[in-house]
Design a protein around this ligand. Sequence first.
Ligand SMILES: C[S@@+](CC[C@H](N)C(=O)[O-])C[C@H]1O[C@@H](n2cnc3c(N)ncnc32)[C@H](O)[C@@H]1O
Length: 163
Amino acid sequence: MSRLDSFIRRLTAQKTLLEDVAERVKSVEGPVLELGLGNGRTYDHIREILDDREIFVFDRDLACHPSCIPDGDHMIFGEIRDTLAFCGPRIGEPAAFIHCDLGSGDPTTDLATSSWLSPLVDQHTKPGGYVLSGLALDLGNFDELPKPEGIRPGRYHLYKKHG
Ligand SMILES: C[S@@+](CC[C@H](N)C(=O)[O-])C[C@H]1O[C@@H](n2cnc3c(N)ncnc32)[C@H](O)[C@@H]1O
């Protein structure tokens, strides 16, 4: 498969899954955490489909489209390993939904990321809340949910925390 095809499939899967979670998370109160602002594409989509939610966005850099810059209260700069660990007072309550888009493309880096990220994601997700991640996470308190039709196995991981 060409890199172009792979890119298109990745973005299509992200859109499908984000819209699936937006429906599911209607019954769970709480903020949304976007881990990895990047270009701002998924943040922009999340704020459109979950327009009643407070969304906190994490990244070490600001490299997004100018129309997608979060306001100062909701952009959390720095290494996510540090900022996610200590964001509790700022976000106020555990998240209803965490979207993790931190894949590097390098399998060893991704395994290391998954290892420090998993307990932090668990800590900051509300019971009954959802996590969508490009990296497989080790989440003992969650069930991995089946994905909507058309998403290739292994491409994304959708989890729901035990209620
Ligand atoms: C794949 S991009 C996110 C793409 C974005 N969701 C979009 O739709 O445009 C990953 C982003 O995560 C950030 N990132 C990756 N690892 C990080 C870490 N450990 N701490 C902070 N930011 C990180 C990178 O700076 C990059 O902007």
